[in-house]
Write a protein that binds this ligand. Structure first.
Ligand SMILES: [Ca+2]
Ligand SMILES: [Ca+2]
Length: 185
């Protein structure tokens, strides 16, 4: 806590204790007691604790790579993430994309749905359940190509080093879920 913050804190403390008079030692004890409580608070915890167990923390988000060989259609993947208080991953930056690719390479063996879709079949790519058009993309060679005319969902393809490809939403891949963390952005 900065000196300014501490001053504000002490001022608010003096408001809290109202008319009761505390000597300096008692006041200090009280401050230490409350600081201890703050440290135990989630917002003051270390980066590893800002996401639930089993989730990875990266720049303000928590990510879940479901265990095992679970694969889903796009809709089922989104539903699975919703059941865990999250949504299919929205990739807003190159650094987030790089982080995800690294995690996928570590796991080696599958492709993954993202939350990117073309909901109105107009080749306008938006993040699912938002009006947000993708500002960053990492299409693989020849993508998006709407092969067979039914490719409205985007996955990160193992065969293309996890670059993005538009694909039929009924295909089954693994999922990556994302939700906000309580940690630093
Ligand atoms: Ca994101
Ligand atoms: Ca395609």
């Amino acid at each position: 806590m900065s000196t300014f913050g501490l001053t504000l804190f002490l001022l608010s403390l003096s408001v809290c204790i109202g008319h009761e008079s505390y000597n300096a030692e008692e006041m200090l004890k009280k401050v230490v007691e409350i600081l201890n409580l703050l440290v135990k608070d989630k917002k003051c915890s270390t980066a590893g604790e800002v996401c639930p167990d089993g989730w990875l923390h990266y720049r303000g988000s928590c990510y879940l790579f479901p265990n095992g060989n679970l694969t889903f259609t796009f809709n089922d993947a989104e539903y699975f993430c919703n059941q865990h208080g999250s949504h299919l991953v929205h990739i807003e930056s190159e650094s987030e994309n790089t982080f995800l690719k690294y995690q996928m390479r570590e796991r080696k063996d599958s492709s993954y749905w993202t939350g990117l879709t073309d909901p109105n079949s107009k080749r306008i790519w938006t993040w699912h359940n938002s009006e947000t058009e993708a500002s960053f993309t990492d299409w693989s060679r020849h993508s998006p190509n709407n092969y067979d005319g039914n490719q409205y969902c985007v996955f990160m393809e193992l065969a293309y080093n996890f670059q993005w490809n538009d694909f039929a939403c009924e295909n089954k891949f693994r999922a990556v879920c994302e939700k906000d963390s309580t940690g630093p952005v």
